[in-house]
Design a protein around this ligand. Sequence first.
Ligand code: NDP
Ligand code: 13P
Length: 314
Amino acid sequence: MDNKPTFPATKPQTLGILGAGVWGRTLGQLVSQNGHRVEYWSRSGDRSLEEVVTGANILLSAVSMKGVASVLSQVKAIGLGTDTIIVTATKGLDPQTTCTAAQLWQRAFRDRPVVVLAGPNLSKEIQQGLPAATVVASNDESAASLVQEVFSSSNFRVYTNPDPLGVELGGTLKNVMAIASGVCDGLQLGTNAKAALLTRGLTEIIRIGTHWGAQMETFYGLSGLGDLLATCNSPLSRNYQVGYQLAQGKTLAEILPDLEGTAEGVNTTQVLIQRAKTLEISVPISYQVHQLLEGQITPKDAVEALMLRDIKPE
Ligand SMILES: NC(=O)C1=CN([C@@H]2O[C@H](COP(=O)(O)OP(=O)(O)OC[C@H]3O[C@@H](n4cnc5c(N)ncnc54)[C@H](OP(=O)(O)O)[C@@H]3O)[C@@H](O)[C@H]2O)C=CC1
Ligand SMILES: O=C(CO)COP(=O)(O)O
C-alpha cells in the first residue's frame, strides 16, 4: 500500500513575490516546486512592479522592513485585484509607527485578506530540501487555508493559525533574543546561561506581545518558541551572527557590511525599546541588547547588568 500523504490539489495560482532576497527566492522555490507560477519583483529586476502586481492572485512580500512602507505605497498606487490575497513574510517593526509589516499592509488594504507567514525557517536549510514547518495566520480563515495548500509539501509542513499578530510578533521579537544568544555563545557562557536567556527571553516576548494584543498561547507555538529555538541556536541566523561578532569585540559598523542579508533585530530592538518605554513595559534583556548595539556598554557589562538585577519571584 502506498502510504505517501497527499496534499490538497489546489489549482495553480500565480504568486507575485515582492523582494527577491534570500527569503523571497526560497519561498518562490517552494511554491514553484508545487506547480504554481511565480513572478519576482525587486528594485534591480527586469519586471515592473505593475506587471508583477496585476498578474498575481497571491501577492507575497518578503521585502525587509525598511522597504515595506515604500513598496506598499507603490502597490497602492497600482491597485490590487478584488480577490488578491496579501501574504507578508517580513519579520520587523516600522520605526515611524512601531507597526508590524502585516499591520501596515492591512491599513493600506483594509478590505483585502492579509496572511502572515512565519516560523522556524532558516532559508539555507529549506533551500537544501531539509524538512521544516511554518505557520500561516490570518483573520480570514479561507485565505490562510489557500496559502497553506499552496505552500504545503513533503518538505514543508504548514499550519494555519487565527492569531496573525501573535505569529508575526513571535517571529519579529525573537530576532532581538537571537542577537543576545549570539553574544551568549560568543562569550562562551555555557548551556545553563543559554537556557536561562531563552526562557526569560520568551517571558519578555510574551509580556510585550500580549500587551500588544496577541494571544499568549501563540508564543508557545512554531512561530514563537519554535523560531526562538531555531534562530537562537543556529550560526545560520544573521541576527545570531551579529551578537556573536559583537561578543568578539567587533562594532556594529564593522559587522553589518559583511553580513549576508538583513539582520532585522538591529532595527527591531530600537523600535521595541521605544515602544516599551512609552508603554512602561519591562524588557530587561532587550534593553541590554539595545545598549550594546548603541555602543554604550560591552557584552560583559550587559551580562553583569542582567545578573545583578533586583532579585524577584519567577
Ligand atoms: N532569510 C531567512 O532565513 C528569513 C528571512 N525572513 C525575513 O524576510 C525578510 C527579508 O529577509 P531576506 O530575504 O533574508 O533579506 P535580504 O537582505 O536577502 O533581502 C531583502 C529584500 O528586501 C528588499 N528591500 C530592502 N529595502 C528595500 C526598499 N527600500 N525597497 C524595496 N525593496 C527593498 C531587497 O530588495 P533589493 O534586492 O532590491 O535590494 C531584497 O529583495 C526579513 O524581514 C527577514 O527577517 C523571514 C524568515 C526567514
Ligand atoms: O527568521 C529567521 C529564521 O526563522 C531567519 O533568521 P535571521 O534573519 O536571523 O537569519
